[in-house]
Design a protein around this ligand. Structure first.
Ligand code: SF4
Length: 191
């Protein structure tokens, strides 16, 4: 990357710092070479928030949608939507990345992948995802319970701590719960 800017090529290696909602979208994009509209907005604005410029975003999304031609990518409005996120089209609003509250409120239908996994994943799917992240079973049980009780951001905070081996060290727990996916990313990258 040049200076503070994140490049298209940096996204994969930075994904270890993504919260579960964005890890899930990143994996879905890799698996399907595509994301639906709401997922593109949620993930695209998050990437903008971590420092991906418009030019690099266009490179990243074009590269990720690798089962379509350049013509389809332009014609179906994908490039337009990306420029829109950056305030270069339509109302020219400079959109900011979605907060947890906004993401949690947005429930995906069965063929969509946006939203907050702590809300819409089954306990088993959540457990499997955390096992793949080498989270210990005690923490997994605790996080599944918090999610089931509707404490999604508390569950997310507990996962953050568990992935850093801090889950059972009171002194090192975060002072306040995760409220924004980009906050999670910043804590993970810098903290
Ligand atoms: Fe993402 Fe927030 Fe849900 Fe965590 S609590 S997975 S950061 S929406």
């Amino acid at each position: 990357s040049d200076g503070d800017g994140v490049t298209a090529d940096d996204v994969d290696k930075l994904s270890i710092h993504f919260p579960l909602c964005m890890k899930s979208l990143h994996s879905a994009l890799k698996r399907d070479s595509h994301l639906k509209h709401m997922a593109r907005i949620q993930f695209g604005l998050f990437l903008k928030g971590i420092g991906l410029s418009l030019d690099e975003a266009l490179i990243y999304w074009r590269k990720s949608f690798n089962r379509m031609t350049d013509e389809e990518f332009q014609k179906k409005g994908y490039a337009y939507n990306i420029r829109y996120n950056y305030g270069m089209e339509g109302k020219r609003t400079n959109y900011t990345p979605y907060s947890c509250v906004k993401i949690i409120q947005s429930m995906p239908s069965s063929n969509e992948s946006h939203g907050c996994p702590f809300r819409y994943f089954s306990p088993d799917a959540l457990g499997e995802m955390m096992q793949n992240m080498n989270v210990d079973q005690v923490s997994i049980n605790d996080i599944q319970l918090k999610a089931r009780e509707g404490h999604y951001q508390i569950a997310c905070t507990a996962l953050f701590e568990a992935t850093r081996g801090k889950a059972h060290e009171q002194a090192q727990q975060l002072a306040e719960p995760i409220g924004h996916p980009n906050q999670y990313f910043d804590y993970s990258l810098n903290g």
